[in-house]
Design a protein around this ligand. Structure first.
Ligand code: CTP
Ligand code: MG
Length: 181
């Protein structure tokens, strides 16, 4: 019989494989973004940018592509909540699209609050992408909610917050990002 420790590692590994497409989608734009902004430099009714200069078409599609392709490829040889190959690909796509839409919604809200590109917003930067990613994935396969379970979902939100902080500090060190968040 597997020990509690092995079981915990297995549960966390499965959770990481499941959410990896969202993390990859969230990271890729920093490397591959740039070019035409999605709002075409247009302003909203409040005369502030709709999304801002940091949300580009290239970044959006790089996120979707990286999350879907790399996320599916990495999950391929593993058991992820008993998902079939087609389901793994569909969920990777939904997590990635959800991530990029959540990221846009976050920037939209930041601009409405008068925050400039790159200014920090606790919810919009660190957790909104996860909410959208999960909403997209769970609406496709609701049984995943009980399969993962409340305790691990809570851990996912906590861990994502700290991982996001950590990786942005690393990206800042590597001079990929101007600010460490
Ligand atoms: N990026 C992009 N396209 C996207 C999302 C991100 O090109 N759809 C790139 C941009 O170069 C952006 C960087 O990835 O500056 C980091 O993304 P993020 O932190 O989400 O954007 P911020 O520049 O901080 O802008 P905001 O204040 O709107 O969050
Ligand atoms: Mg940012």
């Amino acid at each position: 019989m597997a020990s509690d420790f092995t079981q915990a590692i297995y549960a966390l590994g499965q959770l990481l494989l499941f959410i990896l497409p969202a993390y990859l989608a969230n990271s890729a734009p920093v490397l591959f973004g740039g070019g035409t902004p999605i709002d075409f430099k247009k302003s909203f009714f409040d005369k502030k940018r709709i999304f801002g200069e940091g949300k580009t078409f290239k970044g959006f599609f790089a996120g979707v592509l990286a999350g879907t392709v790399a996320g599916t490829a990495i999950a391929l040889p593993f058991n992820v909540y008993g998902l079939e190959l087609g389901e793994k690909a569909a969920i990777a796509l939904l997590l990635s699209v959800g991530t990029m839409i959540g990221d846009l919604v976050g920037s939209f809200l930041k601009r409405r609050q008068g925050l400039k590109r790159g200014e920090e917003s606790f919810l919009a930067d660190q957790l909104l992408f996860l909410v959208f990613a999960l909403a997209f994935a769970f609406s496709y396969k609701p049984s995943l909610i009980s399969e993962i379970g409340a305790p691990l979902l809570a851990i996912l939100f906590f861990a994502t917050f700290f991982l996001h902080k950590f990786f942005n500090v690393v990206a800042h060190w590597l001079e990929l990002k101007k600010v460490p968040w």
